[in-house]
Design a protein around this ligand. Structure first.
Ligand code: MTE
Length: 302
C-alpha cells in the first residue's frame, strides 16, 4: 500500500474533499449498499443526515484503548503500530484455514465506498465514508463450513507499541464477535480506507470491521484473526461489564445504557451549538437488518 500513515492533507484539501463527497454521497451511499436503493434510506435522510464528517474529525477523535483512553491518544500513539507486514489468520470452521497476507486479501476483494452513520455507545456519532469490502466475500474465500454459527475477531497486540495495554482497562487482546448471519449481511464490511486513502492507524489500520447498525465498539480495529465457531464468542466490553455491554449491542434509542440515555446523540463536528439529534433504531438501518432479530426481546438480549 503506497500511502503512508501521516496525514498529508491540508485544510483546503479537506474542504475540497468534503464538497466532492457532498456532491457524490447520494449516489455512493445507495450504490455502495446495493440493497439500499428503494428499500433503504429515504432520500431526505441521506441528504440531511449523511454529509460525511471531515477527515480531521474522523482521524482525531478516536477510541482505540490499546493506545490510551483519551480521545486524542490514538492519533498520537497509533502510528507506532507495525502494520507492515500484516496478515490475518482465518481459522476454525473453514475449508481453507491459514494466514492470509493483507495484500492478497485486498487484491481479491471488491473495494467500494460506503458512507455509513457511526454511533458510539458513548452517545456521539459521525458519518464516515469508508472504503472496504463485504465481510461475506472474505468468509466465502475461506469457505465457511455448515456448522459455523458465529465469527470471532481479534485485534493485534504488541505491548511495546501499545502504551494503553499497560493498564488493565480491558483484557487484551481486544476481541469481538458476530452471529454468522450478522457477519454475512451485506452492510457488514471490512474497511481498509477512509476518503479513498488507506485507513489511518488510529482508525484501525490496515483492516477493521464496520457494522453500522451496532454500537461502535463492535467494529473491532486492526484485525489479526478471524475464527469461525459454533459457540458465541467472548467480547471485550461484555467481559469487562456484562451488565452494561451485551453481545448484540444494536443501536437502540429505547434501551438506555445503565448510566445514560441512548435516546439522543451528539454529532461530532457539529460545533458548540449543534443540537443533539434523535438516535435512530438500529442506527437508521432497521429496514435492512431488523429481520435478523425477529422474535428476540431486544431489551433482554441487548
Ligand atoms: N477496537 C480496538 N481494538 N480497540 C478499541 O479500543 N474501540 C471501539 C471500536 N473498536 C476499540 C476498537 C470503540 S468503543 C469505538 S466507538 C470505535 O472503535 C471507534 O472507531 P473510530 O475511532 O474509528 O471512530
Amino acid at each position: 500500500m503506497a500511502h503512508r500513515w501521516k496525514n498529508t492533507l491540508k485544510p483546503s484539501d479537506v474542504t475540497d474533499e468534503t464538497l466532492w463527497l457532498n456532491r457524490r454521497h447520494l449516489l455512493a451511499g445507495m450504490a455502495g449498499a446495493g440493497l439500499m436503493g428503494a428499500a433503504g434510506l429515504p432520500q431526505a435522510a441521506q441528504a440531511q443526515g449523511l454529509a460525511p464528517n471531515a477527515w480531521e474529525d474522523i482521524t482525531s477523535y478516536n477510541n482505540f484503548y490499546e493506545f490510551g483512553t483519551g480521545k486524542d491518544d490514538p492519533a498520537k500513539y497509533a502510528r507506532q503500530m507495525t502494520i507492515s507486514p500484516w496478515s490475518i489468520r482465518i481459522d476454525g470452521l473453514v475449508d481453507k484455514p491459514g494466514d492470509y497476507a493483507i495484500e492478497d486479501i485486498l487484491a481479491r476483494m471488491q473495494i467500494e465506498e460506503r458512507i455509513y452513520r457511526f454511533r458510539c455507545v458513548e452517545a456521539w456519532s459521525m458519518v464516515v465514508p469508508w472504503n472496504g469490502f463485504e465481510l461475506a466475500d472474505l468468509l466465502a474465500m475461506a469457505g465457511v463450513q455448515a456448522n459455523a454459527r458465529y465469527v470471532a475477531f481479534e485485534t493485534y497486540l504488541n505491548r511495546d507499541e501499545m502504551p494503553g495495554t499497560r493498564y488493565p482497562v480491558l483484557d487484551w487482546p481486544y476481541v469481538e464477535g458476530l452471529r454468522l448471519d450478522e457477519a454475512m449481511h451485506p452492510l457488514t464490511i471490512m474497511a481498509s480506507g477512509i476518503y479513498g486513502r488507506d485507513i489511518p492507524a488510529q482508525n484501525g489500520a490496515p483492516l477493521r470491521l464496520v457494522v453500522p447498525w451496532k454500537y461502535g465498539f463492535k467494529s473491532i480495529k486492526s484485525v489479526v484473526r478471524i475464527t469461525l465457531t459454533d459457540r458465541q464468542p467472548p467480547t471485550s466490553w461484555n467481559k469487562a461489564n456484562p451488565r452494561e455491554y451485551g453481545f448484540y449491542s444494536n443501536v437502540n434509542p429505547q434501551v438506555d445504557h445503565p448510566r445514560w440515555s441512548q435516546a439522543q446523540e451528539r454529532r461530532i463536528g457539529g460545533g458548540l451549538f449543534a443540537s443533539r439529534q434523535p438516535t435512530l433504531m438500529m442506527n437508521g438501518y432497521a429496514d435492512e437488518v431488523a429481520s435478523l432479530y425477529q422474535g428476540m426481546d431486544l431489551k433482554a438480549q441487548f
